[in-house]
Design a protein around this ligand. Structure first.
Ligand SMILES: Cc1cc2nc3c(=O)[nH]c(=O)nc-3n(C[C@H](O)[C@H](O)[C@H](O)COP(=O)(O)OP(=O)(O)OC[C@H]3O[C@@H](n4cnc5c(N)ncnc54)[C@H](O)[C@@H]3O)c2cc1C
Ligand code: FES
Ligand code: FES
Length: 476
């Protein structure tokens, strides 16, 4: 069934703003689609017009501006942000929050702004940006306005943004030499897990190591992300020591107003707030705030050799569901032109219209990785990618991996190591692993595990799969 009526791919922001003014609540901006496609499939949202801004040049920049603020463009993805040297050094809580979102292929499409707009109190980047005191630039045909991140949210999945507005920029002051910040998350597992609770802490210390300012933000413990003012006040004006840390952790837990839900009880969440605030402040005290965030060069992105996804020029493109505008793209090195796929996901276009059944429908909501393909060089989940996003793009599926009738070394290693049982998950694993080896020819075991963390297998188990990737790396 068609998920939308018309899909516009715009090549500049003015067109996006014009379409928002024209269609208002009937329209939605399409960024990475990792929330929106799931919402469309569940009918939680039913916009008829989608406005894809992913091909507009210049929207995916992270920069330190002349105003001494860090600016995050609306198309900056979690993968980009986590690996940004600027964010790792001067906005570490945000880089950490992005690193803990989902899994690599999801981070390649999911954006910080999409995360902010979805407005779930469990979303990782909101907590980090609340502690960094970010402001959002909202743009519409009526003009621009800026809103502090504290004022942007009005409730669970509710914001002050009007239907004709979009987020055009996120800005905040970088951490200075005497400020330290950290982000911590507790999920039910380490990857692909929405936070049970998350915490971001930013502390400013004077030359005597006394706290002059503290900001503690708490996620998933109230309808919106909240600060813990009593805990912040308890730290101010005193040295950061074990007693103060324990007191601040206790007071932060008092600020939490969590509910019981499937991920955790209110009691558990309250206890966790205290534990996470304590751990964060201790990390700041000892000056070791990295907490598992890999250095930019060691961070797995599954981009291979890709530096930036290509942008489109020229007039905007409309693909109507049921219309005859073809989706023209390169699939496994061949030009193709597909009609009748305008209202589908890329996964269904590949399988139903092109007969490429290697990419599998496992969960169709981003959880299993069985649909992993390469879109413009990056590992991507085809089930969360709209088919019209493929227009003008290059896609590689598992069918296109072998060259001159020679299997890719990863495919061969999966056979040699018996890393396959029913085989349903295998194309997804192979596509993730092959992209990893393009990016890091000699990955560590930890990097292999990260690269495959978004791929689930219900039968073979993971040891043989990891071993196969190690073997393929050895042979390369
Ligand atoms: C399997 C899975 C695991 C996940 N794990 C996590 C996790 O661990 N932590 C976490 O925080 N999130 C997680 N998410 C949620 C999701 O990946 C993020 O919220 C993502 O950042 C959304 O960004 P996007 O670019 O995909 O947004 P989209 O899905 O494209 O859009 C999301 C919403 O934002 C709107 N929007 C996007 N850009 C703009 C703009 N510039 N202006 C106005 N409106 C805009 C869209 O219209 C839509 O309503 C997960 C999702 C899935 C499917
Ligand atoms: S992640 Fe796409 S089918 Fe499961
Ligand atoms: S081999 Fe059967 S799901 Fe992985």
């Amino acid at each position: 069934m068609a998920l939308w009526d018309v899909y516009y791919t715009v090549t500049n922001l003015d067109d996006a703003i014009r379409l928002l003014r024209e269609h208002k609540e009937k329209a939605r901006i399409m960024a990475g689609g990792t929330d929106l496609i799931v919402e469309l499939q569940n009918k939680a949202r039913t916009p008829s017009v989608l406005i894809d801004v992913t091909r507009v040049a210049g929207l995916d920049e992270i920069r330190l501006g002349y105003d001494d603020l860090i600016h995050i463009g609306p198309m900056v993805t979690h993968a980009q942000a986590a690996a940004s040297p600027l964010l790792q050094e001067q906005a570490r809580p945000l880089a950490q929050a992005c690193w803990w979102v989902g899994a690599p292929a999801l981070r390649n499409r999911g954006t910080i702004v999409g995360n902010l707009v979805t407005a779930s109190p469990a979303n990782d980047t909101i907590t980090a940006l609340r502690a960094l005191r970010a402001r959002l630039l909202l743009r519409s045909a009526r003009g621009d306005r800026t809103v502090s991140i504290a004022d942007y949210y009005t409730g669970v999945r509710r914001t002050v943004m009007e239907p004709d507005e979009m987020v055009a920029d996120v800005m905040f002051a970088p951490l200075t030499a005497n400020q330290r910040g950290v982000y911590l998350k507790l999920g039910l597992r380490r990857v692909l897990a929405i936070a049970v609770t998350n915490v971001a802490v930013v502390v400013k210390l004077d030359e005597h190591q006394h706290v002059t300012c503290a900001r503690i933000a708490l996620g998933s413990v109230a309808p919106t992300i909240i600060r813990a003012p009593e805990a912040e006040a308890a730290l101010k004006g005193a040295p950061l020591d074990a007693d103060r840390i324990a007191e601040a952790a206790r007071l932060a837990a008092q600020a939490a107003r969590p509910i019981d839900d499937v991920r955790g009880s209110a009691w558990f969440r309250t206890e966790e707030v205290s534990a996470l605030v304590q751990r964060g402040l201790e990390a700041i005290l000892v000056g070791d705030t990295r907490l598992g965030l890999p250095e930019p060069d060691a961070l797995v992105r599954l981009w291979g050799k890709t530096k930036r996804a290509p942008k489109l020029r020229g007039p905007m493109i409309a693909h109507h569901t049921g219309g005859d505008e073809p989706i023209q793209c390169v699939v496994n090195g061949e030009n193709v032109s597909v009609q009748g796929a305008n209202g589908k996901t890329l996964l269904h276009m590949l399988r139903d219209d092109l007969g490429l059944t290697g990419a599998k429908p496992g969960c169709e909501e981003g959880e299993c990785g069985a649909c992993t393909v390469w879109l413009d060089g990056m590992a991507t989940l085809a089930c969360l990618t709209p088919a019209p996003r493929a227009h003008g793009a290059s896609i590689v599926t598992v069918e296109g991996l072998s060259k001159d009738e020679q299997l890719h070394p990863v495919q061969q290693a999966f056979i040699d190591e018996d890393a396959v049982q029913c085989g349903y998950c295998t194309p997804g694993f192979v596509m993730s692993a092959a992209k990893l080896l393009e990016e890091m020819p000699h990955p560590t075991r930890e990097q292999i595990k990260t690269a495959l963390s978004g791929n689930l297998c219900r039968c073979t188990g993971y040891y043989k799969i990891i071993r196969a990737v190690e073997k393929a790396a050895e042979k390369q």
